[in-house]
Design a binder for this molecule. Structure first.
Ligand code: SF4
Length: 428
């Protein structure tokens, strides 16, 4: 049996797509082995959201070649879409596939014949049509299943490469995503995570984002539906009211902010002001009391002054949110921001990122602290540091001791203390 090994960089959508690629290989008789083990086929599913992501991709590709010099090496996804030639010049790469081709990798591997000249198949992403996915994802070792519902983006934020790497916004055909969601329920998955690039713009066969969710809620066996990252201007207040009533829709929203300063938001071509963000977050907290809200912050945007950074810091300090992910700005080819003057030096970016990361930890701690002694429901996923680990619906990480196998079980825990970003407690 031929062996295949896959490595994913970047977002949840990439993870979902790697799962689909793996399934197509399993259907062709491949055995999927752990990354780093001996393999006949090594696949790197890449990301290009920052300069750092690009270099991580190159390192992963080189490591794959060093570890399995005889393996057929395929590099696919966003970085391949943007830098196919550069990647093909890495000695040992056999195939470079763009985002339109990557899910059909199994049709391109040509019996794993290593080639003198790497093959590049990377077409421009122009379609806006609804799409279907022939296969479904394998979700190896996953309790939460990523369900791809949308791809591409029309928002064109000035710093962002994604619209060029993934094309214009398009939705998955409603019947097709329902087919996979039912298959996931049949396989025993209790939580599905809705993934895409700009998922709030979902629209297919008369269903918008909210009506699609209400249909998913009707599937027996699916107990939780989690919304992954979603843009502020695409969330209707009706969805928040529905979240307050719903048994299944997780009380969790990850809403990218990027900056808390209006001048910077403007230069980023973001579609909302800082005040609009605050108003919406406050509406959510009032309407869904236990809601967990997370965000993304982009530090060091061209021209970001000390004062503008302080505005972002103050803005987040006052906001009732649970956590944030911090990214340092880096030029992306041909984006409007890459042509802007007054780039921020690396040390300043590093210092500002560090300050925000530390603040994020305090935010998370303060949010979790409210649950000490208060029973919470946890969907257990895996054993980490000897303890069973899982998440609440409002996205708190929880650990508890148990000598039974409780993977994929929803159980109640009474938290007793916090360690790092995790609540530690006793199973009820
Ligand atoms: S909304 Fe903006 S940041 Fe998000 S993918 Fe689209 S262009 Fe990029």
């Amino acid at each position: 049996m031929m062996k295949a090994s896959l490595y994913t960089l970047g977002c949840r959508l990439n993870q979902a797509e790697t799962g689909i690629i793996a399934k197509t290989l399993v259907d062709r008789g491949y055995e999927i082995v752990e990354w780093g083990e001996h393999t006949d086929l090594a696949v790197v599913n890449t990301c290009t959201v920052t300069e750092k992501a690009d270099s991580k991709c190159r390192n992963a590709v080189r490591k794959a070649i060093r570890t399995n010099p005889d393996a057929f090496v395929a590099v696919v996804g966003c970085y391949s879409q943007m830098a196919a030639k550069l990647i093909s010049e890495i000695d040992g790469v056999d195939l470079v596939l763009g985002n339109a081709e990557k899910l059909r990798l199994a049709d391109h591997i040509n019996g794993l014949q290593k080639l003198d000249t790497p093959r590049i198949v990377c077409s421009r992403l122009v379609t806006r049509d609804d799409f279907t996915i022939e296969s479904e994802s394998t979700h190896e070792n996953h309790t939460r299943a990523n369900l791809k519902i949308q791809d591409g983006c029309d928002f064109i934020c000035s710093f962002c490469i994604i619209p060029r790497a993934r094309g214009r916004s398009r939705s998955r055909k409603f019947s097709d995503l329902m087919r996979e969601a039912n298959q996931l329920a049949d396989k025993g998955f209790r939580e599905i995570v809705l993934t895409g690039v700009n998922i709030g713009t979902y629209e297919s066969d008369g269903h918008d984002f909210l009506s699609m969710i209400t249909e998913l809620e009707k599937i027996d066996g699916i107990e939780r539906i989690r919304i992954s990252s979603i843009e502020l201007t695409t969330i209707r207040r009706e969805l928040v009211r529905h979240m307050a009533e719903s048994e299944k829709l997780c009380r969790h929203l990850h809403i990218p902010l990027q900056s808390g300063d209006d001048t910077i938001l403007d230069k980023m071509s973001r579609r909302h002001s800082a005040q609009e963000y605050t108003d919406f977050v406050e509406y959510c907290v009032k309407t869904v009391p236990e809601i967990g809200i997370g965000t993304d912050i982009l530090i060091g945007f061209p021209g970001e002054t000390d004062e503008q950074f302080r505005n972002t810091k103050k803005f987040l300090a006052d906001l009732p949110i649970e956590y944030f992910h911090v990214f340092a700005y880096s030029d992306r080819d041909n984006t409007p921001a890459s042509r802007m003057p007054d780039k921020i030096d690396p040390d300043t970016k590093k210092l500002r990122s560090h300050i925000m990361i530390e603040m994020g930890k305090r935010k998370r701690y303060a949010f979790c602290e409210r649950y000490i002694g208060k029973p919470v429901d946890v969907l257990f996923e895996s054993i980490e540091d000897g303890l069973w680990t899982g998440f609440t619906d409002n996205y708190m990480r929880v650990q508890a001791e148990c000598d039974k196998h409780i993977r994929n079980q929803m159980l109640t825990v009474v938290p007793e203390r916090i360690e790092g970003d995790t609540l530690i407690g006793k199973l009820v």
